[in-house]
Design a protein. Sequence first.
Length: 58
Amino acid sequence: MDLLLPRRSLYVLRGAAHYEFTHESLKDEESFFGGQKIPRERRISVIHRNLPALSALR
């Protein structure tokens, strides 16, 4: 699925969405969505990770 999130959006990748799919920010020359150029602005990312469950480590 391709989707364009508006400014100040929050998304959470969990389960299959996190491990089985890719996510990326495109370079300026590749920043098009639905045939429309999307202007690049400052981007701030905050990443929070949980430790895997103890059972997943065995």
